[in-house]
Design a binder for this molecule. Sequence first.
Ligand code: H2U
Ligand code: ZN
Length: 345
Amino acid sequence: MTLNDTPHRRFNPLTGEWVLVSPHRTKRPWQGKTEDAVIEKRLRYDQNCYLCPGNERAGGKVNPEYKNTFVFTNDFAALLPGTAEESFSEDELFTSESVKGTCRVMCFSPKHDLTLPELEMDEIEDVIDLWIDQYDELSKDYLWVQIFENKGEIMGCSNPHPHGQIWASNKLPNEAVKEDNYQKKYYAEKGSVLLIDYLASEIKKSERIIVENDDWVVLVPYWATWPFETLLLPKMKKKNLLELNTKEKRSLAEILKLHLIKYDNLFSTSFPYTMGWHNSPNDGNENKHWQLHAHFYPPLLRSATVKKFMVGYEMLSEAQRDFTPEQAAQKLIEQSEIHYKTKID
Ligand code: H2U
Ligand code: ZN
């Protein structure tokens, strides 16, 4: 028996969580891509979009006539900068604390009808530069800076205009705590960096690598829970985005574009996901254990409309998947590097 035909569990060394893999349930043939590509034509400028240049947002603020990228404080921010440090705890069963922070929205481009993989390389570099500038500014004031993109209606994204968000806070959120603890423990025990050791092994094995260049790798992690989950890793030790040089920013734009084209091509659709950067916490320490990375968590399972639900056993016990991360990787590797829309045009 192999991991391809035996029910098994895989360990996520970043979070300490397990995922149940049930590949014996996939004996049926691959059922992906049963629908024809639906190319939705959107306007380059939409007068009803609150992110397009020159338009009014909720609350009456007006966007400038921006030409590249544009960032503003979220009009409905979940975190507020003026919150005072306070504990509301009564005892260990009724524990709470105040949290201070800020939330921003960033427009990737003024072009309402495009998404990241459809932007030109220079435009993707503008997005990367904005991520870096925002991280630089917010990391001076906040312990945790979460840069992310929530893409697609299926993910609850309210607006197709290409945009992302940044939430920064003075408390470490759950995912950061888990990854910090597990990377720290690994570093203390082995004297090396978990994600650097992991990447070195993955490059040797090569079966889960989707795209790779001089500085970056995108792979399906061994412990992936979402069907087509991926991890973007720098090849060199980088604790955060501020450590990227000009060449590494360029090669990041290249690998992002290629990776997202493959994602879109998988089901001939603008591939929905939540993606985000995990930079080191800004706690004033050296953080030698922390390696910069980005997670991509896409919900789609078999087609542009059939999604994976993390319910039932997943909510009550642990995440489960049918086809293996290696099978997912194979599907992504097979995808063309030319966007399906350019082929159809
Ligand atoms: P999504 O990416 O999940 O669709 O979120 C967009 C954010 O934009 C959302 O957090 C904010 C919402 O609060 N927003 C504004 O800041 N101003 C607006 O005029 C509408 C939406
Ligand atoms: Zn992470």
